[in-house]
Design a protein around this ligand. Structure first.
Ligand SMILES: [Zn+2]
Length: 273
């Protein structure tokens, strides 16, 4: 996949021009990516809506559930996806940002027959995530994103950072809190930022620290955990058992500083091995 003349080119990429766009970005912009969900039933229906002049809405990209990409607006032109929005002292994010819409039904209601979207479609439990939204305090149900979508959005954001010098990635829910809840807690927004925006730093040289939260597993039958990287330092907890998964925070010759996660049950699909 490459960006040529402000368009993505490559397998599975379509360009369908939407009439819903403004003029060109000012110099030095866009510098931000805004992540959305479509709250729709399919990528096709969302593309159609975002190309309908009556909706006065668009985005630069629509990402299908199997990894299709439809571009609706050239990356050097202003699309209409953010609406009333503000963050970090700026407002009206259409003029600063590239908008990515991901095909996803959004928040769901739990019914006897399954989990229902606002437009009436019902989804099985295997497609549903129960989680607390960052702007709320109680859990609710959300349509799951596909692995293809998450991986593709990471790749797309890396390409856009390289082409346009993007420095910020935000969810619609962060620039329009109270009015918008997309992309919601089913989307790994913080991980996306970590993977895309902290990437340059890890490319700088061979001698910097390991990436934050690199995971490791204890292979000794019992492993002492000490207050300092020395054999004579006091132990800080009972020995770690074989198979314990730890987060590696930093290293010195011969030693890792680690953090041990609390034990509990988790859904298998959210465990990376
Ligand atoms: Zn949105």
């Amino acid at each position: 996949m490459v960006i040529r003349k402000h368009r993505f080119e490559g397998d599975g990429v379509k360009f369908v021009e939407s009439p819903n766009h403004g003029g060109l970005f000012d110099r030095g912009l866009p510098d931000t990516i805004i992540i959305h969900y479509t709250a729709g039933s399919s990528a096709e229906s969302s593309v159609k809506a975002l190309c309908d002049p009556r909706t006065k809405a668009s985005a630069h990209l629509v990402i299908g559930r199997k990894g299709s990409i439809t571009q609706l607006v050239m990356f050097n032109a202003i699309a209409w996806h953010a609406g009333k929005s503000s963050f970090g002292g700026r407002s009206g994010f259409n003029k600063y940002s590239i908008g990515i819409e991901i095909d996803n039904a959004g928040r769901l209601t739990n019914n006897p027959g399954g989990y229902t979207a606002w437009f009436g479609n019902t989804y099985p439990e295997s497609d549903v995530v129960e989680a607390v939204h960052r702007n709320e305090s109680a859990p609710s149900f959300w349509h799951q994103y596909t692995e293809e979508q998450v991986n593709l959005v990471i790749d797309i954001c890396i390409d856009l950072v390289e082409e346009y010098g993007i420095s910020t990635i935000l969810g619609h829910e962060e620039i329009s809190p109270g009015r918008k809840v997309d992309p919601g807690p089913a989307f790994p927004l913080d991980e996306l930022r970590e993977r895309v925006l902290q990437r340059d730093r890890s490319d700088e040289g061979p001698d910097e620290d390991l990436p934050i939260h690199d995971a490791g597993m204890v292979t000794a039958s019992k492993l002492n955990i000490r207050s300092a990287p020395r054999l004579d330092a006091a132990t800080v907890a009972p020995p770690l058992a074989q198979g314990t998964v730890v987060d590696i925070l930093q290293e010195t010759p011969g030693w890792y500083e680690v953090e041990v996660t609390t034990r509990g049950w988790v859904k298998k699909e959210y465990i990376r091995t």
